[in-house]
Design a protein. Structure first.
Length: 161
């Protein structure tokens, strides 16, 4: 039996929140170009997920956050090169004009508008758990065209974030 090619990438997402508003990135590049997502990126070697979340927030927004709160894990699997394990965090920030970002355009989005903007399918579930202050482990499976074909909640807890 041959070993499949490809790699599962490890990343972080950090939901930046001020009261009922989220500072989201309208992405320029794939994956999820044109969609609104939390800021984030790949975890560097020798870096913890928490350190990566703090670094990615600074790199993509210029904002310094000293504390991020773990929310959950999202695993995404496909037969293409889209395979991720993402640690999801949130950070409370003060409201300010959205800073410039080389990954796209940052926008404040009220929590009531989350279902009216283009977001990855999995993000609606993530926001739900974050709003309910529930930790989660979610598993998403995609086909070769990156259409979501299976989604499973592996575990969630009602612990406060």
């Amino acid at each position: 039996m041959s070993t499949p090619t490809g790699i599962k990438r490890v990343a972080v997402l950090c939901i930046l929140q001020h009261q009922q508003q989220y500072l989201l990135l309208e992405r320029l590049k794939a994956p999820n170009a044109g969609m609104y997502t939390p800021v984030g990126g790949k975890i560097d070697p020798f870096e913890t997920p928490e350190q990566a979340a703090i670094r990615e927030v600074f790199e993509e927004t210029g904002l310094t956050v000293n504390e991020v709160h773990f929310c959950g894990i999202l695993t995404e699997t496909s037969p293409t090169n889209y395979n991720w394990i993402s640690y999801v965090y949130k950070a409370a920030i003060a409201w300010q004009q959205p800073p410039t970002c080389n990954e796209g355009t940052l926008h404040w989005v009220h929590e009531t508008e989350l279902n009216t903007i283009p977001t990855p399918t999995t993000d609606a579930h993530i926001y739900h758990y974050v709003q309910q202050q529930q930790k989660f482990i979610l598993d998403a499976v995609y086909d070769a065209d990156l259409n979501l074909i299976a989604f499973q909640e592996l575990i969630h807890h009602s612990n406060l974030l």
